[in-house]
Design a protein around this ligand. Sequence first.
Ligand code: ZN
Length: 1010
Amino acid sequence: MHDDIPLTLGRVARVLGERIRPAIHPVALPLEVQWHELPGEPIAPAEAMGLDYTDYSVGTAWGAAWGTTWFHLRGTVPAAWAGKRVEALVDLGFDKNMTGFQCEGLVHRADGSTVKAINPRNQWIPVADTAAGDEKVDYFIEAAANPVLLDYHPFLPTREGDIQTSSSRRLYTTARMDLAIFEPEVHELSLDLEVLLELQAELPAGPRRMRILQAMDNALDVLDLQRITETAPAARAELAGVLATRADESAHRISAVGHSHIDSAWLWPVRETIRKVARTSASMVEMLDDDEDFLYGMSSAQQYAWLKEHRPEVYVRVKKAVASGRFLPLGGMWVESDTVMPSGESMVRQFYYGQRFFREEFGITCAGVWLPDSFGYSPALPQLMKRAGFEWFFTQKISWNQQNTFPHHTFNWEGIDGSRVFSHFPSMDTYNSQLSGEEVARASRQFRESRHATGSIAPVGWGDGGGGTTREMTGKARRLADLEGSAKVKWEHPDEFFRRAKTELANPPVWVGELYLELHRATLTSQHRTKQGNRRTEQLLVEAELWAATAAVYSGFEYPHEEIDALWKQVLLHQFHDILPGTSIAWVHREVVVEYARISRAAEAIIAAAQGALVGAGETPIALNAAPFPRSGIRTGAGVPAAELAPAGDTVSATESEEGFVLSNGLVTIVISRRGLVTSAIENATGRETIAVGTEANLLQLHQDFPNKWDAWDVDRYYRNQVTDLRELDSITLSTDADGTARVVLERSFSASTVRQELTLSPGSRVLQIEQVTDWHETEKFLKVSFPLDIRAEHVIAETQFGHHKRVTHVNTSWEAAKFETSMHRFVLAEEPGFGAALVNDSIYGFDVTRDSTDSGVMTNVRLSLLRAPRFPDPETDQGLQTHRYGLVIGADIASATEAGALLNSAERTLTGAHGFDPLVTVEGAGIVLSSVKLAGDKSGDLVVRVYESLGRRATGTVNIHHPVASASAITLLEDDIEGDGGIAEHTNGTVKISLTAFEVRTLRFSLSR
Ligand SMILES: [Zn+2]
C-alpha cells in the first residue's frame, strides 16, 4: 500500500501543538491583580499579605534581580462555568525553554496557607474541581525575581550573582494571570498522543509502530478541530487499543520516583534555596493528593529543617505525607555533600546529623545514600556507609565522564578497606527525567546488567526551581505502566528497587576504589577561602569536642551539645556540592567566608573555656596538644607545663653563600638557591637526595586556564601547554628565630600579583615548611607549586577520609590519563622502595603528578594546586590576599606523612593555668589513630571514641580511658548499638583491646562510673 509516515508524524505534531494543547484551557478571563514590590530581602508571608497593594496590569515589568514581588489575584468563577474544572493560570514571564533557574512563585490563600508553586512548565493553580459557578478567587503569589545566570549566555562573567552588585533593572514581564476552564479529556488526549508519538519514534519498523501510526491518524480523523472538547473522547477511543496492548514479559522495569534536585546553594543564595524547597514541596504534596500512585522523594535533612523553621505551614503538609509513606526522605545525609574533600569526621557527621533528623522528625532511618550530583566519590565511602548502617548507594554523575564510559549500572562498590556497598547508577543518565519516550528507551537500551537484572531507577521531575514532577509526567507514567514496546514504569520507593536488584544480581560486578569524575577537576581548587574555612572549622570542631569532653569528665564542665551540633550543621551545609567545590555565585561564597569566621570564633571560645576548666586558674604557661600524634613530647589530649618540655633538637645551622642558603638540623640538609628555589634536600642519615638532579622545587608555575566551559568547575588538559615559571625575585633574606628555627623569606612579583613565602626548618623536624601569602589579581590563571622528586614512584599515595588511596603515576590507559588532576587531604606521598617524600598542606585539595624523564632516570613531579581565577559564576573568584601553608617531608613513609599532615593542621596552643593534665583517652598500637573524642549525642554523658587504622594493614592495640569505666561497647557511626558479637567490648580498668583490619574505622562507647 502507499504509506507516508512523515505525513502522519507532521500532522500529529502540528495538531497537538497548535490545537489540542491550547484547548486544554479553552476559555479564560483575566483576574484582577494588585501588587507590592519589596525593596529588600523576603519577609514572612503573613506580614507580606498585610501590606498595601496597588493595581497592576499584566504585561508590566516586575522584579529587579533577587527582589520579591507579591501579587494579589482576585476574581469570581462565572456562573456559566458551573460543572467545569476551573484553574488559575499564571505566567510570570517564564522562559519555557528553561525548566528552572529563573523566576518562580509560591501561591498562598488569603488565610496564609500554601497552595502550590508556579514554575516555567507548571503554571496552573487549582480553583475548583467541579465549579458551582460563584467561587471567589483570592490568591497571593510570592514571586521571586531570581536572575538567569547560566542559560542565556553560558559562562560569561556577570555581576548579577550578588545582590550587592546586581542591577536594579526589572527582569520579568508577566504574560497572563487568568481564570480558565480546564478540560480533562483534552488534557488526557494530549498525553495519549504525546506518549504514542514519542514511543513510535523509538520503535523499529514493524507492526507495532505501524499500528500506532494508524491509530493516531484515526484519532485525528474523528477530532473536530473547531469542537475539540466535544470530540476528544471519540479521538481517545481510537487510541485506546494501541494504549491497551501490554508490555513484553522481559521489558525493562523503570522504578520511577518523583524528584526535584534542589541545589542547597548555587546560582542563588541559601535564603533562596529555602524558598525553592518550600515551593517545590508545596507542589509535590498537592500532586500526591491528585495521583494516588505517585511517590515523591526528597533528600537532605537540612532542606526539611529549613521548611520546619521557615515555612511551617508547608512542613505540616510534608510531615503528613511522609507519615503516609508517599513523601520519601532519602539519603540519610545532612546535605548532598561533596564527598571528596570533607574530612572523615565530617562525612560521619553528614550521616549522623542527617539520620538523627529523619529519626526524630519522622521515625525513619534512610536505607540508602542518595547523591545524584556530587563531583566524584571517595573510596572511603563504602566503609562509612556500611558502618552508618546504609544498604545502598545511588548516584548518576559518573555518566558525565569526558573520556571513559563507566562499565556498570548496578554493582558492588568496594572501598579502601574492602567494604562493599550495593550501588546503582540510572541507565537513563539523568536525575531530571520527564519520562519522555527517548529517556525511557535509553534506560532500557543502555542498561548494562540486563543479562541478570530487570530494571533501573528514574528520578522524575524538574530541579532547582523547576518545581519537581508535573502532572504531565504522572500522566505519562500511568500510560507507560504496561505498554507494548516500552519499558514498564512504576512509581516505587528506591528501597524496593534495591531489594529486588539485590536478589536478581546474586553476583554483581565489582568496582574497586574511587569513583573519579572525569570532569569538574578544578573544583578541588576554586574558591580557596571556602576550602580553607572548611578545613579549619572541621578541625576546630573536633578539637572543641575533645577538650569539652575531657573537661566534662575531669572537671564537670558543661558539654555544649546544642552549640556544637549547630556549628557542625553549618559546616556540613557548606560541604554541599556547589559550595565547598567553589562553584557558587559570589553571594554564596561571600556569606560562607563570614560564616566560617563566626564558626571559628565560636569553636575557639568552646576550646578556651574547656581548656581553662582543665588547667585551672594560675599563671603557669601550659602547652596543650589536640593533634592525634605527640607534639613536643605532649600526648594527644594532654596539657603540660611549658617549662617541662624537652627541647626539640639542636638549633638549625643556616649559612649563606653565593649559591644560596644551606639549612641543616642534623636530620636533613636543605639548599635554597638565591632565587628561592629548593635545589637539594638531603636526608642526613642516608645521604639520600630528594630533589631530582638539575631541577628546582618550590617552583611556582602560572598556567593560562580557560576551559571550554564550566569555568569554576573545569580545568582542561591543555592548560599544561602554556606555563610561566615564576623565578624572578624581589628580595630574599635569611634569619634564625629564637627557638632555633631557620627562616628564608622571599618575595616575588608577577603580572598583577605578588607572593611572599617564608621557608622554615625547625629543630628536630624533617619538614621544610612554607607559609605563603599571595596577593592574587589574575584572570583565568592556575597557580601551581612544583616539587620534582628524585623518586621513581609507581604510584602516589594520597590521604582520603580515614586512610589513603594509591593512584598509578603512568598514563597507559585512558582511565589513568583522565586523572590529570586528583584529590588529597592532608598529604600526598611519593615512594620507591627504601625512600619516600611527602607534601603536606593545611588547606589544599588538588594536585597533579607526572613521571618526568631526566638524565638520571624517571622522577616524580608532584605539583600542588594553589589558586585559580575563573570568572564564572563569581567574576572575582579568589582575588585578593590568599594564604597557604604546606611543607616538604624529607624521607617520609605513610606513617610519617600521616603524622606530619595531622600536626600541620592542628594549631599549637599554650595558655596560662595552675597545672597540666593527663589525656582522658590514649590509644596504643602502630598505625591506630585517634579520630574523635566526644560525648554521646544522646546526652547520657557516655564517652564516644573513634579510631582508625591508617597504614593499610592489620593492627592490634588498645584504647584506654583514664577514668573509671562502667561498661564499654562498639557502636555504629550513628552511635547505635551493634547487634551481636560486634558490639562486645570487654574492658579491664578502662582499657579495651582492639584489632583492626586495614583502614578500619571503629567507634566505641564508654559508660563512665560517677
Ligand atoms: Zn547539584
